[in-house]
Write a protein that binds this ligand. Sequence first.
Ligand SMILES: Nc1ncnc2c1ncn2[C@@H]1O[C@H](COP(=O)(O)OP(=O)(O)O)[C@@H](O)[C@H]1O
Ligand SMILES: [Mg+2]
Length: 474
Amino acid sequence: MEKFSFKSTAEIEIPKNPIDRVIGQEIAVKFAKISAIQKRHLLLVGPPGTGKSMIARAMAFLLPKPEYEISVIENPEKAERPIIHICSRKDAGINEEVEKTVGKIIPKEEIPSFVSERLGFRCRRCGALSSADIPICPHCGADKFKMRTTPFDDMLAVRSMKKQDRVPALWKLPNGKEQTVIFERYGDKIRMLTTKDVQMLESLEAQKKRRVIVSLDRSTFVQATGASETELLGDVRHDPYGSHPEIGIPTYKRVIAGAVHDAHEGILFVDEIATLSELQRHILTAMQDKHFPITGRNPTSAGASVRVDNVPCDFIFVAASNIQQMEEIIPPLRSRIRGNGYEILVNTTMPITPQNTLKMYQFIAQEIINDGKIPHANKSAVDELIKFSIKAAKEVDNTTGYSLRFRPLAGIIKLSGDFSIFDDSSEIKKEHVVDAEKYAKSIEEQLTERHGSLYKAQFSDYGRKQKRSDVGSI
Ligand SMILES: Nc1ncnc2c1ncn2[C@@H]1O[C@H](COP(=O)(O)OP(=O)(O)O)[C@@H](O)[C@H]1O
Ligand SMILES: [Mg+2]
């Protein structure tokens, strides 16, 4: 129920879906929804604190769960070219299921006693069966793995047997034929494997030589702000032992996916896209090809010769920028976004209507809840906050309306909340907001207030010797 009269922001309902929490950006939200459904790219342009990152994050909730898992498997022919393996959710883990059905579990009592002894289940002295994990027979106390005592024991020092995992023996199959089979310790059971079963297990084992680099339970939201090349595009870790067959780490285990791959089937969000400079080209290539090879990016490392081709990276690209930095976005990237998506300028104000007033109430309640450390606000505090928003729209955008540059307002909400806690008040009151407005000013604003203008301030507070340009360069 929408209400204009309330005692506390605690009464205000907050939408469950993150996209419905975005205030005043109807057009951007509409295109965000379209982009999520139609898999289009999106560039959001506007000043800070207007909800660009919030919209990008909310878009991820509109996407279905990832359907594919990406792994790297060993290439037996060429270790430095591991092979990419893509597996659907349906097929993931299927090998584990198959493995469980191989062979036949045989009751321990039916197995030749020398087999169950060597597998660690039967005591050599008393013949009792117990778990293979217990080295001392719980029945008679004998050491299960000590050789039978001989008169020469003292001379031979310690002679103990090693517990075996597999023991071959003759066995009568259901068809009456005797055949050599393998008995294997399988958890706390014993399973019988024919030659065919052993081959089957070996092939399943070979498929296990893989490393999942992009898992099924990944998030559909990947942020690549300020990312380095390796973070964005992946890497092959350095192996100090240079893939030495015994002590080295196999190549396929050293492959690491980049943000572009993690964002497969999801959103790759780049805040302040202009600051990525050269990396923008790589993003463009990834967007066009929908796959991007992973190579070792440290030229001095052993990983540099390794490359995994065709690693999928089919993502929705969402970027944010302020207006001033638009020209630092490389033109082919912008034309790619326009060709298969949208460029949207976000709003900075919204008109004062009853509907929008309700949204402002919702915003204040949301910020209080998100903060988690401050109490709710009463109605007169809310009215004061709203007045601040109208004043900000006038001062900054020279518009009659509510300001959608939400950072300052969010700051005042937090500060007035802190003041109310300091006062031991159970709610934020108007006086806390009035107080907060006084103090929630940036240093520049404080200087302007004290000296009339920033220009005048530089001759006083900044000190005579220190010029403004020095301050600016810190
Ligand atoms: N349009 C909006 N609707 C609701 N809350 C907002 C909006 N814009 C900003 N906020 C609040 O301010 C915070 C910072 O906004 P953000 O999305 O990071 O802005 P931008 O990315 O445009 O700089 C958000 O987490 C949210 O709490
Ligand atoms: Mg942001």
